[in-house]
Design a protein around this ligand. Structure first.
Ligand SMILES: C[S@@+](CC[C@H](N)C(=O)[O-])C[C@H]1O[C@@H](n2cnc3c(N)ncnc32)[C@H](O)[C@@H]1O
Length: 345
């Protein structure tokens, strides 16, 4: 059974809408997949309940090694298959075959194609592996049923002629991003929320913090998300200063890492200027240790589950998942945001 079942009325209305859109054969396949997932869930839940970690640094390191060993692809539109070897929770070894080079049949901008040109390491916690929602039932592949980590194609935008990478949104200039980060830091530092957070930290017995690892803070160069993202990066800087003062060490003695697949070059430069190293997914997980502070607000990857398996960080800051009433009219409507966006359910 699914670890965190979705209410049946949500599943039923999504299926009813999809029956009209995709047809009966698709729904029959989805139903069959659901039965298989339910059957395998017993074993997956038993593994989880026995305390076996789904995620280990060794397994993440092994994927990173395989990524590092890949030859550079000179033409991102040429069809290639990248192979990875991963071990499942049933202890079986699986070869993942990841096709690259597909050009998607639609585009958002003229002269810009969406191409499966990059790779994405996806983490699959117990709630994903046992889920029978539309997303997980439709993408179900029995060979991957016990894999907590898979590698998938990652679509990116490339110019149709030059093949140059094109960001998804207009990217703000470096000076603007720097200025927003600075302003957000000043605003945050004087806010009551920040004072409350620091006073909570002051009153707690916390082991020494020697590194800060931030996940999923979004990119500050995206005009729509700039302020919110800068706020989260500013918090990282405030926390570094707080712990440096508390531990009577220099700020540079607390190393900082940030991981979000959305960072553009501008973000990387601004963050480097602030003493924060941007690392590619999934490398930041390898940086987390017991002397770390982990910061992660609404990530689209199961940061808490992974971190809980690989380390016991000194501090972890996250936001609570809130139950929200789903708008009745939205149930069963579109949750598919075609690449390069992600599918959420
Ligand atoms: C819902 S947004 C939240 C962004 C931001 N923290 C906020 O509160 O607005 C989810 C974020 O998770 C990021 N993300 C997805 N996969 C990730 C990964 N493997 N590591 C780090 N960040 C990831 C996305 O790029 C995106 O920025």
């Amino acid at each position: 059974m699914a670890r965190y079942p979705v209410p049946s009325h949500v599943i039923e209305s999504i299926d009813a809408a999809d029956l009209r859109g995709f047809g009966a054969a698709h729904l029959a396949r989805r139903a069959a997949n659901r039965r298989t997932i339910a059957r395998l869930s017993e074993k997956l839940n038993a593994v989880f309940d026995s305390g076996v970690p789904f995620f280990t640094k060794d397994a993440i390191r092994d994927i990173v090694r395989q990524l590092d060993e890949l030859a550079v692809n000179p033409n991102p539109r040429v069809h290639t298959v990248r192979k990875f070897i991963v071990r499942g929770l049933d202890d079986c070894v699986v070869e993942l075959r990841v096709p690259l080079g597909r050009v998607h049949p639609y585009r958002d901008l003229p002269d810009v194609d969406i191409v499966d040109a990059k790779l994405l390491v996806r983490f699959r916690p117990i709630d994903h592996l046992t889920s029978t929602t539309r997303r997980f039932a439709d993408e179900f592949n029995i060979e991957h049923a016990f894999l907590p980590m898979v590698v998938e194609p990652r679509p990116v935008q490339l110019h149709s002629v030059t093949n140059d990478y094109v960001p998804q949104y207009p990217v703000l200039p470096l000076e603007a991003v720097q200025a927003t980060l600075q302003r957000k830091r000043t605003e945050w530092e004087s806010s009551s929320a920040c004072q409350q957070l620091l006073s909570t930290l002051r009153s707690a017995a916390i082991p020494d913090v020697r590194r800060i690892v931030a996940f999923a803070c979004f990119n500050m160069s995206d005009c729509e998300m700039a302020e919110r993202s800068a706020c989260q990066h500013a918090l990282l800087l405030i926390l570094r200063k707080f712990f440096a003062e508390r531990q009577r060490i220099a700020e540079e003695d607390i190393v900082c890492f940030a991981q979000d697949p959305l960072y553009e070059d501008v973000d990387k430069k601004v963050l480097a200027g602030a003493g924060i190293s941007v690392v590619e997914n999934p490398r930041a997980f390898l940086e987390v240790d017991d002397a770390s502070l982990v910061l992660s607000i609404s990530p689209e990857t199961p940061v808490r589950q992974i971190v809980a398996d690989i380390a016991q960080p000194a501090v972890m800051i996250w936001n609570r998942v809130e139950e929200v009433e789903q708008h009745a009219e939205w149930i069963g409507q579109t949750e598919w945001y075609g690449p390069p966006f992600q599918i959420f359910y």
